[in-house]
Design a protein around this ligand. Sequence first.
Ligand code: ADP
Length: 394
Amino acid sequence: MTPDFMKDGLKILIIDDNPHDCVLYKRYLEKVRNLQNSIVHAETGEEGIERYRELRPDCVILDYVLPDMNGLDFLSAAAELSNHKCGFVMITGQGDEEVAVQAMKAGAHDYLVKGNISQQSLYRAIKNAVENVRLRKDLAEKNRELLERNQELADKNEELEKFAYVASHDLKQPLRTLKGHLNLFGKKYEELFDEEGRKFLGIMSESIERMSNLIDDLLKYATLGSEVKEFSCIDSSLALGIAKMNLDAVIRETAAEITNAPLPMVMGDLTLLSQVFQNLIHNAINYRSEAPPRVHVSAEKRGQMVVFSVRDNGIGIAKAHCERIFQAFRRLHSYSEYAGNGLGLATCKKVVQLHGGRIWVASAPGKGSTFYFSLPMGSVQQKSLPEEVAEPVV
Ligand code: ADP
């Protein structure tokens, strides 16, 4: 019977100067009914290297003690010779465990002890060695494909970012001209306008202002994170503090109350993290219900990550929209209902993903929303952080 791993035929090189051992291995191997198997024999290390070069075998059965070199020398010579991948089974002497360990470290895939070799143990060792090499080859191939795809994706992203940057940059110029001339126009003909004319002018400049802000935000979104080279261990409560400071006016205006539990150190970028807090808190205030806005920020450990939650008592979001609101320009309301440009959550998502984390929301209309996002834990961790708190059911 032919074992599965030999079905395609194997090229086997036996390097052993002992004719009796060689005859034994050959006899075992020739019992396998597969004419495609080719078995070649060499008596010395030098001859073995020659045969290895010619045959490019699938497996080498290698005696550790050869007349002109030892098995380890042969392994390093074979590795230098070519990058051909081959399985190696080392034959060691009785009680030579130390040699066996060295051989495995030097690249052998299995070993057999001279004098104890049966047909079964020989097959098993060859199978181990050959399959090990095949698996490594497959893995290397898959890794290479993955790297290639990653590179393609990175190139496309870069191209897209450049495109968005150039497009938004170029859009600013005509908009500036429009704004300037509308101002001049308004001033020069001020007296000729009736109330309706002044209203139209007001709408036009407001729209220009909105478009200008949108382009600025788009520009920021396109280039987000490109200047961050590496993350460091940062205090997330500092990031929250910066966000609150930036939102000071709207917090006062709406009598919003922003509270927080102890917040941990995370691996990240302070400016980007404060941007995430700022966008989420701003949304919590913007999409408020009748009640004054109440926002609570907390964090919990989950494995090597920290999951932050930003909970509000606002209008809530229907389940059907909970995923798509993270896409750029996805808005659930008109501008006149709630001001915004649809880039806030997309920006949060981009920042969180840049940190290797995830962002999601649990919400229901009229029940408030809790936004969650995960970031890698910082190297200096606070012990008091709660572990694995369940998400609230809404
Ligand atoms: P913007 O707020 O500028 O519209 P975002 O990307 O920040 O853009 O949000 C996308 C949409 O998600 C919003 O238009 C709003 O409908 C919804 N949303 C975001 N945050 C909240 C929240 N805390 N409560 C209710 N709805 C929200």
